[in-house]
Design a binder for this molecule. Sequence first.
Ligand code: ATP
Ligand code: MN
Ligand code: MN
Length: 385
Amino acid sequence: PKPCEVTPAIITKSYACQRRTPLKHHNSFLTEPLEILAENAEFSENEGRSIAFRRSASVLKALPRAVRAMDELKDLPCLGEHSLRVIKEILEDGTSSEVESTRQSEQFQAMKALTGVFGVGVRTADRWFREGLRSPLDLVHTGQKLSHTQQAGVQHYNDLNTPVTKKEAMVISDIVERAVKAVLPGAIIILTGGFRRGKEVGHDVDFLITHPEEGAEERLMPKIVNWLEDQGLLLYQKTTRNSYLESKDGPARPPSNMDRFERCFSIFRLEQTKVDCDEHVDASSYNSGRTDGTEERHSGSSWRAVRVDLVVSPYSQFAFATLGWTGSKLFERELRRWAGQEKGMSLSSHALYDSKQQRYLQANSEEELFAHLGLEYIPPSERNA
Ligand code: ATP
Ligand code: MN
Ligand code: MN
């Protein structure tokens, strides 16, 4: 390409699922600030605004080089007035005053700390904030009524806010593989989520499980959970039954992120070697003091808590589930929007319905799904929108 050209292809591609978005890119100095504003909009339950900032950031992630001047942006899609103003400020001054004051604000910091508790959503965090609570420790001190999930979230707050490394994800993979193979020989287990996209660290580890014999996967989760519990590997688990068949959603149901697979949101107790422990202290010295009292430190012993998501899908829905659980969240949202707005189709982690043909389209692979959707295939490592 000519040196002055900013990938012409991107200009017409306004959906993130039409673009390749690598994990490492050249514009973090712009995308991180924009994502702070997106997060802040989520905290105020302003979804439209949050999506707008996320789409802006995502376009910049797909660029082949760092943005240096505003005129390089003039033909790019998704960049709204507000985002452009922020970008301009950063290009000129190095920082954006709006972003920095957001970062410093008591509300943003408190919402970040409170939604950082596993099981706490924006609604609950906002209510607590308005009652004067600012941190997980405040929840303990004021004796807030917490769900079981939130209790586990507070108890393991530090561990769950320490990024999970790829190495740890691999150890968890081995454990999950052993558990599943023990209770259902022939089952297939894949790592999904951020680690499938090539991330070096994650907030959890995600797995999708199926079996080539349709029906063999039914009611599998309780067996996996029992096996893990017998080995003393679970600190917390919440299993939800598959409700896809009972649901009356139908093809035209409102697009929702929640799917209806049998699933388990859990916290694993991961044994660590001495070396791992030292690495963690080095890598995350910011919370190695653990003086906040939210977590019983396992003194002497060497384990940490890790969030793990397990999902079971029937074989016939495996391609849909794989695509739906690989992310990123924005990539998924854009896929569903593309399907609906551009193709008259309805996509979920279970199925793809074509409204024109009035029928469900089958698929055995992600490649087939992209083809049904009229999209060029994007591999997981380039779905980091
Ligand atoms: P991280 O490193 O933060 O874990 P991630 O991309 O793996 O990054 P997750 O929150 O673990 O983020 O989500 C992984 C994928 O699973 C996303 O694509 C998301 O859309 C999907 N997902 C998460 N929760 C649900 C849910 N309740 N129902 C359906 N899909 C979900
Ligand atoms: Mn994940
Ligand atoms: Mn997850």
